[in-house]
Structure formats: structure tokens, C-alpha cells
Design a protein around this ligand. Structure first.
Ligand SMILES: Cc1ncc(COP(=O)(O)O)c(C=O)c1O
Length: 397
């Protein structure tokens, strides 16, 4: 049976060509100017102001770790996060010494519930992490921004799923004090691992720049493993042709893990310190050329899934009025039995069903007492891919 890619990836032949060129250590894709050029392009696209810093890091979680430091958060401070997130988020925050406080979510767009955030508040809260889950701006975004302003705490937008999403004509990532983006394998564009950190004011921008200046580069071995994974993913998930040099590298370098061992243990992770490798910036740039087309395809596919869900009686995501979600995935409420064993749904739709998030700190066992909706979403919300191969029976036309 045909299976739509679980990774829903934007890898393409141009990206593979860049990865293949990157196997030669003397190729221009290893010039540090690649990172600067990607950061500058991203900053222009985002509309970042003069005081802002927009910096490439080794991953979205490394970007978050750097942001927490740039915002001056650490020991004794608390950061409110939704009870429907992943360990890479909570661990990156805790690695700074700050603590995580779970608040419950709303069930329209899977964002933080403003009332629940008020109830979770304590005297040490210094920041709120607003996660645009699956690329959707949350239902309570306006109330959350007002609450944070009123209480004089900082807002970190987690745009790991939301590259290109908008709310009331404003790009996601420009609404708070700081934002992180991810270019991990299953995200809006894929460099296997990669992220961007954004801060909008000058003092944190100075600290972020200092952080990046002292950040170590990834090892040459891990860069080669990353490049090999580009070839492997392109073949496996896109049905793409083998690049002989990347196939050879893939035989020698195992795939990079999606999570590092320290993260399962809740320990600080060396990868959180890493800067973006120049070749990763080059990989991102070629896919970024197609962002508008990819957003349009994902939006059209979300429309197909919304019609299907309504016809079948499944509750699904509701995008807030005035929003243009990035629709990384289409979230859907199913019963707990289906989430635990989604094979029948997968056969029916001929797609691989995504399960994240299965716990408040996916995929590690965790609980969020006092957050019944987040807990229920972990048990019952699945997500469907929004980039289906042409000719797939459910692909938007
Ligand atoms: C909501 C959210 N935030 C942040 C991250 C971290 O991004 P990265 O995988 O690039 O470290 C993820 C990753 O999967 C995520 O789902």
C-alpha cells in the first residue's frame, strides 16, 4: 500500500545537490558566510527591526536554550508552557536552571488557555512560551499577549511548527519578545537538524549574539551524518533518486537521532550549545525558495482534511478568525484506542498518522496535574500530513 510521508518533508533535488556538494569539505557551502546570508534573508522576510538579532543555531531546541539565556532567565525563574509539548522544549528551558510550569490548553487550536495561565501563575513566573502547535496561532493569543504585558513578563513564541504562519496580518515570530524556529526533519522545511533564534530588543540581542559567538560548531562527523540523512530521507520519504555520494555516506554514518540520550534523562544536552553549520544554512535556503508554494499546498490539504473530518463527525482544529496557519500538520480528535493503535485509520486514509504529542513532554512519560485538556489531547489528538504526494487519493487538487 502507498503511504504518504510521515515526515511530510520539503526535501527536493536541489537540497540533495547541496548536501552532496557538502561532502567535499572544501566546497563553498562550508563558508561561514552561508549562515550570515541565511540569517539576513530570514530577518528581512520576518520584518525584524534594527534592534533585533536573528541567529542560526544547531536546532530549534538549541535556539530555545540560547533565547532563555538571552532573555536573562535562569535559576529561580519559572516559564509557563502548554501541557501539550515535547521534552526538547522543557529540557532546553530546564538546562538554564529555570523551571517549567504547565498550564492547560484550549481545544480549538491547541494553544495555551488564557484562564489556565492565570491560574497557573506564581510569583516567580518570568516568561510564557506560546507554542503555535501544528502551525496554528492559538485561540487565546490576544489575551495571552495582553496578560504577559500586564504582568511584565516576556513572551517566547515557539514557531517550531509555524514558519510562515500569520495572525491578523502579522507573521508568527514577531508577536512576542523572542521566537524560535525549527528546520528539523518533520518541520516546515528540513535540514535534518537546524533552528533559528530571534529576539526583538537590543539588550537580549546583544546577549544572543554573544551566545552564538562562543557556541561550538558541530563536529565534522555529525555534519556528514546530517548530509547522509538528507539523501536517506529523500529516498525513503520522497521516493527520490539515490545520490551515489550520499548513499555511500549513509552506509558509513548512522542517522542522527531525533532526540539525544541526555534528553530522555532530563539532563543538559551538549547539542543545545551548537551553532548552525554553514552547509545547514545552504540546505535551508534552497527549500525556503519554495515556502509560499509549500504553505499554499499545506493550507489546501488542511481544507481537504477539515471537510473530511466534518463529514465523518470527527472534531478537528479550528483556526482563529484572522489567522493564516502554517498547517504543518492537521490535528484531529480520535478515541484513545485509535491513538494507541492507529493502523486502521492509516489504512483508511492511506497516510501515516502522527501521534505527537503523547505526553505533556512527548515522548517521555510525564504528567501535568491540573491540566485535563492537555492530558486528554495527549491521549486523543493525532495529526495528519499536509504535504501529500501528487496522485495520492486524498491529495488536494
Ligand atoms: C513544539 C516544538 N518546539 C520545539 C521543538 C524543537 O525543535 P528541534 O527539533 O529543531 O530542536 C520541537 C521539536 O520537535 C517542537 O515540536
Amino acid at each position: 500500500m502507498h503511504r504518504a510521508p510521515l515526515l511530510c518533508t520539503t526535501l527536493d533535488a536541489r537540497t540533495v545537490a547541496v548536501a552532496s556538494a557538502g561532502l567535499d569539505a572544501s566546497n563553498e557551502v562550508h563558508d561561514p558566510a552561508q549562515v550570515t546570508s541565511w540569517e539576513q534573508r530570514f530577518a528581512r522576510w520576518l520584518g525584524a527591526g534594527h534592534d533585533a538579532a536573528v541567529r542560526g543555531l544547531g536546532s530549534g531546541r538549541a535556539a530555545l536554550r540560547a533565547l532563555v539565556d538571552a532573555l536573562g532567565l535562569g535559576e529561580g525563574d519559572e516559564v509557563i508552557v502548554p501541557a501539550f509539548t515535547c521534552r526538547s522544549v522543557t529540557n532546553a528551558i530546564r538546562a538554564s536552571g529555570a523551571s517549567v510550569v504547565f498550564a492547560d490548553i484550549e481545544t480549538d487550536a491547541f494553544g495555551l488557555d488564557a484562564g489556565a495561565v492565570r491560574r497557573a501563575w506564581g510569583p516567580r513566573v518570568r516568561a510564557v512560551l506560546i507554542q503555535h502547535s501544528f502551525g496554528l496561532p492559538g485561540r487565546d493569543l490576544e489575551a495571552l499577549l495582553a496578560l504577559a504585558k500586564d504582568r511584565d513578563v516576556q513572551v517566547i513564541e515557539d514557531c517550531a511548527h509555524a514558519l510562515g504562519g500569520e495572525w491578523r496580518g502579522r507573521k508568527l515570530g514577531t508577536l512576542g519578545d523572542a521566537a524560535l524556529f525549527s528546520f528539523e526533519r518533520g518541520k516546515m522545511l528540513s535540514t535534518i537538524h537546524g533552528g533559528m533564534a530571534v529576539v526583538h530588543a537590543s539588550a537580549p540581542a546583544h546577549r544572543l549574539n554573544r551566545w552564538v559567538a562562543q557556541a561550538p560548531s558541530p563536529s565534522p562527523e555529525s555534519i556528514r551524518a546530517l548530509l547522509a540523512s538528507v539523501g536517506r530521507d529523500f529516498r525513503q520519504w520522497c521516493g527520490g533518486a539515490d545520490d551515489p555520494a550520499l548513499a555511500d555516506a549513509a552506509a558509513r554514518f548512522p542517522p542522527l537521532p531525533r532526540m539525544w540520550p541526555e534528553e530522555f534523562e532530563g539532563q543538559p544536552c551538549p547539542a543545545y550549545a551548537e551553532r548552525m553549520a554553514p552547509v545547514v544554512a545552504a540546505l535551508a535556503q534552497v527549500q525556503f525558495d519554495r515556502l509560499d508554494e509549500v504553505l499554499a499546498r499545506r493550507t489546501a490539504q488542511a481544507g481537504v482534511w477539515a471537510d473530511w473530518a466534518a463529514a465523518e463527525g470527527f472534531a478537528a482544529a479550528r483556526a482563529p478568525a484572522g489567522s493564516a496557519p502554517a498547517w504543518l500538520r492537521f490535528p484531529l480528535w480520535v478515541d484513545a484506542v485509535t491513538k494507541a493503535a492507529p493502523a486502521a485509520l492509516e489504512s483508511r486514509l492511506d497516510v501515516e498518522v502522527g501521534l505527537w504529542f503523547t505526553t505533556p513532554e512527548h515522548p517521555v512519560p510525564a504528567s501535568a496535574p491540573g491540566c485535563p485538556r492537555g492530558t486528554e489531547a495527549c491521549a486523543r489528538v493525532v495529526n495528519l500530513p499536509t504535504l501529500l504526494p501528487p496522485g495520492h487519493p486524498w491529495a488536494a487538487r
